[in-house]
Design a protein around this ligand. Structure first.
Ligand SMILES: [Zn+2]
Ligand SMILES: [Zn+2]
Length: 331
C-alpha cells in the first residue's frame, strides 16, 4: 500500500509498504478520508509527542476490509471511523475513568501507524460504526470528540456568554457545541475574513477581527482555539469574575507563557486545559449523523495522498480559505 511516513522531524516521504494485517482483535480499514490536523504539523515539526518514523493521521474514516478472529462488532464492508487514542483499560488512570491519561497511552498517527495511508489498523474497541454518514464527515469524529470533552470540562451552561478565540475548524466545532449546550451568546475572534464569514454562517452572534475588540471581563467562558501563545496569554483578560478559561488549542511543546497571578486570584478564574477525549466518540458520531453538528462547511481542500506535504504547507501558511484539509488515500 501507499503511505505517508514522517521519517524524522521535517522529513516526510510517500512510501510503499506491505498492507498491514489485522491482529486477533483488530480491524483493517481501507481509508477513504483522513484529516490533516494541527497535531500532524506539530509532529512533522518536532513540536509534539510521537515516535519516528510514523504514519501520521488520527482523524480518519473508511471501509472495513478485514477483521481479526475475535472481532464481533464489525464485518467487511462496514463504514467506520476511529478513535485514535488507545487506552490500556488496565492502569490506575484507566480504572478511574481517566482513559485519556492512560499510563500506557498509544495513539494512531502518533505512536502507532495512522490514517495517512491506503489502509490502517485499529483495535476493535477504537472503531465506531458511522452508518451512512459520509466518510468526509466521519473524519471529524475525532476532532469533534475532543471538542465535546473540552466543552464538558468548561461546563458551558444554559444562557452563558462564550468567547471563542479562533474560527478555524476547531473553533467552529466549539461554536456549534457551545450552542448545543445552551450558550445564549457566542462571540468569536478571527482575523481572516472568509473564516469570519463562515463563523457568522455557523451562528456566531458577533465576530471580531481583533482581540482588542472583545469586552474585557465580559464572558462566562473564554475558549482559546488557536494554540498560539500570544493569543492564549490574553484569554484570562476576557473572562468575567468567576468565569472559566479553557485553553483548547495545542501550543508547541516547550512554549512558555506568563499569566498575571493577581488577575487569576481577583477574578477567581477557573483555568482549564483539555487533553483528547474520554468516551466521546459515540456522541460525536450521533451528533454528526443527526446534523446537530455540521462538518460539511469545515472542509476546504481534498487532496490525494501524494500531496500531504502540500496540505501541510497550506495549513502552515494560514491562507484565507484553508479550513480542514482532507486527504483521500484512494484517489
Ligand atoms: Zn486532531
Ligand atoms: Zn491505561
Amino acid at each position: 500500500m501507499k503511505a505517508i511516513r514522517i521519517e524524522q522531524p521535517h522529513q516526510v516521504h510517500l512510501v510503499d509498504l506491505p498492507t498491514p494485517q489485522p491482529g486477533t482483535s483488530d480491524v483493517l480499514i481501507q481509508v477513504q478520508a483522513s484529516g490533516i490536523c494541527g497535531t500532524d504539523v506539530h509532529i512533522l515539526r518536532e513540536e509534539y509527542l510521537g515516535d519516528y518514523p510514523v504514519i501520521p493521521g488520527h482523524e480518519f474514516a473508511g471501509v472495513v476490509s478485514a477483521v481479526g478472529a475475535a472481532v464481533t462488532r464489525f464485518q467487511v464492508g462496514d463504514r467506520v471511523a476511529v478513535e485514535p487514542n488507545i487506552a490500556c483499560d488496565n492502569c490506575r488512570n484507566c480504572l478511574h475513568n481517566r482513559q485519556n491519561y492512560c499510563l500506557n497511552w498509544q495513539a494512531l498517527g502518533v505512536t502507532r501507524p495512522g490514517g495517512m495511508a491506503e489502509y490502517g489498523v485499529a483495535p476493535e474497541k477504537a472503531v465506531f460504526d458511522i452508518g451512512d454518514l459520509p466518510f468526509e464527515h466521519g473524519a471529524f469524529v475525532e476532532p469533534l470528540s475532543c471538542v465535546l470533552h473540552g466543552v464538558e470540562r468548561a461546563q458551558v451552561r444554559l444562557a452563558d456568554t462564550v468567547a471563542i478565540l479562533g474560527a478555524g475548524p476547531i473553533g467552529l466545532l466549539l461554536l456549534q457545541v457551545a450552542r448545543l449546550r445552551g450558550a445564549a451568546h457566542v462571540t468569536m475572534v478571527e482575523r481572516q475574513p472568509t473564516r469570519a464569514e463562515l463563523a457568522v454562517a455557523y451562528g456566531a452572534d458577533a465576530v471580531y477581527r481583533d482581540l482588542d475588540d472583545l469586552e474585557r471581563d465580559g464572558y462566562d467562558v473564554v475558549i482559546d482555539a488557536t494554540g498560539a501563545v500570544p493569543v492564549m496569554v490574553h484569554a484570562i483578560d476576557f473572562a468575567r469574575r468567576g468565569g472559566t478559561v479553557l485553553l483548547f488549542g495545542v501550543p508547541p511543546a516547550g512554549a512558555a507563557m506568563t499569566l498575571a497571578p493577581f488577575q487569576l486570584f481577583h477574578k477567581g478564574l477557573t483555568v482549564l486545559s483539555s487533553f483528547t477525549s474520554v468516551r466521546n466518540s459515540y456522541q460525536a458520531v450521533a451528533l454528526l449523523q443527526s446534523g446537530q453538528v455540521d462538518a460539511a462547511g469545515l472542509i476546504s481542500h481534498r487532496l490525494p495522498l501524494a500531496e500531504f506535504e502540500h496540505g501541510v504547507a497550506l495549513m502552515e501558511r494560514g491562507l484565507e480559505d484553508v479550513r480542514k484539509v482532507l486527504i483521500q488515500p484512494q484517489a
